[in-house]
Design a protein. Structure first.
Length: 130
């Protein structure tokens, strides 16, 4: 799991295949490390992920809510509809942002500004459409 910074200042973290009891703490620690560095705009690249454990689902939802209170955001890129539904069953999608591809990450600032101004809502309907 590595991270890179997109040109718009979003910290991008690549997540691999399964986030389960064997590696969930690594994922949580990586995100918490970014939060401690005051990174308020975090993207999780979920293209390869096909399973997320319940503790991580709850952590992502709580983290997204906390970031939104500080005009930041947690965005999930490339997440499958199946995983999105799974998250929605156990936690709120309201504070998360979604986009289909890494190319759309550069448009997240515009969407985040619109959300912060109350022009649009975040959550599952906030998907970036090119």
């Amino acid at each position: 799991m590595e991270n890179k910074i997109s040109k718009e200042g979003w910290e991008v973290v690549n997540i691999e295949e399964r986030v389960d009891s064997f590696n969930q703490q690594t994922v949580i620690d990586k995100i918490q490390m970014l939060l401690k560095k005051n990174k308020a705009k975090i993207v999780l690249n979920m293209h390869q992920v096909h399973f997320i454990s319940l503790p991580v689902i709850k952590f992502l939802s709580e983290t997204a809510k906390e970031l939104r209170t500080h005009e930041g955001s947690l965005a999930l890129v490339g997440i499958s509809e199946k995983l999105k539904r799974q998250i929605g069953i156990y936690a709120s999608l309201d504070n998360l942002m979604f986009c289909r591809s890494e190319e759309e990450i550069d448009h997240l600032d515009l969407r985040l500004n619109q959300v912060n101004q109350g022009l649009v809502s975040s959550g599952p309907t906030s998907e970036i459409i090119s």
